[in-house]
Ligand binder design. Sequence first.
Ligand code: TMP
Ligand code: ASP
Length: 236
Amino acid sequence: MEKREQLYAGKAKSIFKTDDPDHLIMLFRNDTSAFDGKRIEQLDRKGMVNNKFNAFIMGKLQAAGIPTHFVKLLSDTEVLVKTMEMIPVECVVRNLAAGSLVRRLGVQEGLELNPPTFELFLKNDALGDPMVNESHVQSFGWATPEQLARMKELTFKINDILKALFAEGNMLLVDFKVEFGLHKGEVILGDEFSPDGCRLWDKDTREKLDKDRFRQNLGNVVESYEMVGQRLGLTF
Ligand code: TMP
Ligand code: ASP
């Protein structure tokens, strides 16, 4: 597989073409972004840690029947993925209240949400990733009703799989964001799953182990990501 020109650079990852139109290379950079890109810093080793963490999680999800764009690891910071057409909507499931839900509804952080909530956000940094609803998805043509139903079904399945996985490492999956796209007409999981896009707390102490460490200046960001991986049996 030959790496060709850069197709796109996001806040933390870059995408490159390959000599095969069905496959792309995704590069995890050390850039760490918060508040819709208003704050970006380089954190040593983060690209490598997130690449390996994402490969591990994608493997678990695939084994449990979730279709994903993941193909194989290529290097410490690069992964081969299937080419897809991204659906510009982020799917968020919450098991416990935190982050924007706490700010929006004035509820206590850590409040148990039963059943878990499902929320949609438009991928648009300039607008601050506004929350949207299922009707907006239809009216603006971001996804068909069938595609949206599949995205929702897959997001809840991912929640069940990963809640159980993180529980084995004595962690609570508080919330997470996933993105989907279309590959040969099928809805598949894209982007990444890493501590950059979810909230994880220690089950006993409720210590924050995810990107809130960066957002809230709690320190030891990458060290904490590595510890999360190690609790799942990963080595970096
Ligand atoms: P929020 O509390 O800021 O709405 O975020 C909910 C979860 O989704 C949290 O784990 C962070 C993740 N998330 C992203 O990774 N990127 C985003 O653009 C958004 C809106 C949320
Ligand atoms: N959306 C991601 C976050 O909230 C990254 C960013 O906002 O820049 O952490």
